[in-house]
Design a protein around this ligand. Sequence first.
Ligand SMILES: Nc1ncnc2c1ncn2[C@@H]1O[C@H](COP(=O)(O)OP(=O)(O)OP(=O)(O)O)[C@@H](O)[C@H]1O
Ligand SMILES: CC(=O)N[C@H]1[C@@H]2OC[C@@H](O2)[C@@H](O)[C@@H]1O[C@H](C)C(=O)O
Length: 389
Amino acid sequence: MANEGSVKRAIGLMSGTSMDGIDLALLDTDGDAVVLRGASSFTPFDPKFRKRLEVGLEAAKAIEERDQRPGDLVAIETELTDLHARAVQAFLTREGLPAGDIDVIGFHGQTVLHRPRQALTVQLGDGAVLAAETGIDVVYDLRARDMELGGQGAPLVPAYHRALAAGLSGDWAGKMPVAFVNIGGISNITYIGADGTLLAFDSGPGNALIDQWVTRHAGIPYDSGGAIASEGRVLSGLANRYLSSPFFTARERISLDRNDFLPPEDHEAGLEDGARTLAFVTAAAIEKAQAHLPEKPKLWILTGGGRHNRMIVEDLTVATRHSGEVIIAEEAGLNGDSMEAEAWAWLAVRSLAGLPITYPGTTGVTEPATGGVLACSKGTQTQAVKPEN
Ligand SMILES: Nc1ncnc2c1ncn2[C@@H]1O[C@H](COP(=O)(O)OP(=O)(O)OP(=O)(O)O)[C@@H](O)[C@H]1O
Ligand SMILES: CC(=O)N[C@H]1[C@@H]2OC[C@@H](O2)[C@@H](O)[C@@H]1O[C@H](C)C(=O)O
């Protein structure tokens, strides 16, 4: 290991359900406290590769065993791994850091299938190849063991949210319970009670529906700032169709696949009304999540790309105005773009130490569980991380 003692220097790599690119973050941590949040980067996928990933998602529907790669998925996985290796190399060059300074990379990969009921989750990405190409040890496949132990395999960032909450300062420190809401392709919520209670689950659609809608109707990848939505009005019939999904009232909290909610049919709305309604649905779904929490949060910290959509932020602010305050991560001194990548760095360090990464309250796993697979940079052997939870 490059760094002595319990504090490790880790790089986290996240390519989320929006499939927009690779977030990278540097983190110094002992796997408990966040010692130092470092520099970060974003490497967008070019539109051609994004298109290939979308085709890959369709092919992935045929997967029954997690190592199957139907259609073009073998080639896509190779290209994806290579793009991650290049993102790491470009970051190290930019920051003037030798690879030997980094103890470990936490590698998420690209989720192409997630079926918790079948205990099946597939993230494309070859950890061994990434380790060989970067010369840095890689911890990857962090979701699978949780599923084997009865968990949903997601969300995994909540334990990191709790570590961040412990470090909040000033006025924000006393505002408990606090909820982190990550508005990515799908939205997920983490609740941290004043007594440290940790609960988390996917709360519903995030930007994926909005992205698909504006791509189809305006040829742009996302509704920047919520500008299109701000020109439209909420179509209550359409909104209610989404919000009456049994997903919101089911006692069991399940993690979502990107395709669990689909964009409206073309005839159901015009461009602006569709974007406005979907932004409303995203916020309303987050508000509905409160029904599954022991107390209403006093503070909501928004992360993920959806915090830039002002209609989502406004709608959530209105919906929670009697009980809580809504802020974006940056107002609390955090980085809403790199938080998930930071989390993957933190989780990798925990994995190396055999510490739990998921809990009954976060994924429904039977007991606190570690996870991940270690691929060593020196040598070809890939060994499973041996947990001691
Ligand atoms: N300026 C902006 N205005 C509005 N929306 C934005 C803006 N920037 C990014 N987004 C939205 O955020 C999305 C990317 O968010 P993010 O990177 O948090 O998602 P992700 O990590 O891929 O998803 P997940 O957390 O579900 O895995 C984009 O697809 C877009 O919809
Ligand atoms: C299977 C999968 O990749 N799930 C993602 C997805 O995107 C958001 C939400 O659904 C969350 O459950 C999860 O990612 C975050 C990073 C997590 O595991 O915490």
